[in-house]
Design a protein around this ligand. Structure first.
Ligand code: PLP
Length: 403
């Protein structure tokens, strides 16, 4: 098998060697429970304190505002349920149609429990209409949750403006920043955000660790009850090796932010420009003005994204055609559906996401292979000879059943 060419960094990232090195002692000699009272445990306790400081430094958070979690999903759930439980009289929850399932599924669950859940719409580029948010905020609103950056197309949302609107109306604001942390600068000292969730495995730490930022004074109730860990806000013995790893990853992310926004962005732009130049009937999805520097979501007319992935896999190229959580279904991702991407394009979407370990040679490999793959798939496409007037999603186009 040829060398791995990895373009799926929005799904997960490689552990940085420095991160692995930092966590290893806590997987071997330093195994103490950090809550224990002897000096052996103080080593682990100190390591946790350092990790909190490293995460806080990347976010511009104050001491005591970070709470370690097991993943981004836990951070999202904790923030939402905590804010709602702390304000039992308020029954409205506002979010968007393009959130990750870690937020959308909570919204659906809240609907079943009788909450009034508002899903804000997006336009064809996946952008929000802040007037719709303004009109939706009322005295019954317990929380607004809008992602910092979208995992599928990379759109960056106007978190400062959204937070300001919420603050004007006295409504707490949560942002899922799982895809943004480490890729774009975030300074919570200046941002009107009350809760922010992040996940270690998206920024070169291992899977199984994350952090929830909780602004001092934000409404809060613990999600996990039991011991007094994490300053009484999350019970459960801390995963010391993973937390140390997250701290180190955040320290490295601070050092590499500049690179993410120059070298990685330049590689992504090169990839995009060269693919568009050689492959006809291709469109870039999302908002190219406000986009993560590492993400390219591109759709090819008349092909299936899953077929592209299988053919790329033959060259050991890893990419995605929908978030890992939705793959397995042949439906285009809910983000592309919310944006109204035409059927003939939405099915042929490909997400290529880069990282600090992506090289020019990796980009060249995709540009070498992909045009022939798309051409081959188009030859096989049942849709390619359909007249433009027939919707390929219609019964008329399919004709497989008599009715
Ligand atoms: C935007 C966003 N939120 C939440 C999550 C869930 O994070 P985790 O896998 O750490 O639970 C992801 C993972 O892909 C994500 O992209």
């Amino acid at each position: 098998m040829s060398e791995l060419i990895y373009f799926d960094n929005n799904a997960t990232t490689a552990i940085a060697p420095e991160v692995l090195e930092a966590m290893l002692p806590y997987l071997s000699a330093q195994y103490a429970n950090p809550s224990s009272m002897y000096s052996f445990a103080a080593v682990s306790q100190d390591a946790l304190i350092v990790a909190h400081e490293q995460v806080a430094a990347l976010l511009g958070a104050k001491p005591g505002e970070t709470m370690m979690t097991s993943c981004g999903t836990e951070g999202d759930s904790t923030a939402i349920y905590a804010a709602l439980e702390a304000q039992p009289d308020k029954r409205r929850f506002i979010t968007t149609r393009v959130e990750h399932p870690a937020v959308l599924a909570v919204g659906q669950h809240l609907e079943k429990k009788g909450y009034d859940v508002v899903y804000l719409d997006v336009d064809a580029k996946g952008r929000l209409d802040l007037d719709q948010l303004r009109d939706s905020l009322n005295g019954n609103t317990a929380l607004v949750s809008v992602m910092f950056a979208n995992n599928e197309v990379g759109n960056i949302y106007p978190v400062a403006e959204i937070g300001a609107l919420c603050r004007e109306r006295g409504v707490p604001f949560h942002t899922d920043a799982v895809q943004a942390v480490g890729k774009v600068p975030i300074n919570l000292a200046d941002l009107p955000v009350d809760y922010l969730s992040l996940s270690g495995h998206k920024l070169h730490a291992p899977k199984g660790v994350g952090c929830l930022y909780i602004r001092v004074g934000a409404p809060y109730r613990p999600f996990l009850r039991g011991g007094h860990q994490e300053y009484g806000r999350r019970a459960g013995t801390q995963a010391v090796p993973n937390i140390v790893a997250l701290g180190k990853a955040c320290e490295l992310a601070r050092q590499h932010l500049e690179e993410e926004n120059t070298r990685v962005r330049a590689l992504r732009d090169d990839l995009q420009a060269r693919l568009l130049a050689v492959i006809p009937d291709a469109i870039v999805n999302g908002d190219q003005e406000q986009r993560l520097p590492n993400t390219l979501n591109i759709s090819f007319k008349y092909v299936e994204g899953e077929a592209i992935l299988l053919m790329l896999d033959q060259y050991n190229i890893c990419a995605s055609s929908g978030s890992a959580c939705t793959s397995g279904s042949l439906e285009p991702s809910h983000e592309l559906r919310a944006m109204g991407v035409p059927f003939t394009y939405a099915h042929g979407s490909l997400r290529l996401s880069l990282s600090r370990y992506t090289s020019q040679a990796d980009v060249d490999a995709v540009v070498d292979r992909l045009p022939a793959i798309i051409a081959r798939l188009r030859e096989l496409s049942p849709y390619r000879n359909l007249p433009e007037s027939i919707d390929p999603g219609s019964c008329e186009a399919c004709g497989a059943c008599a009715g």
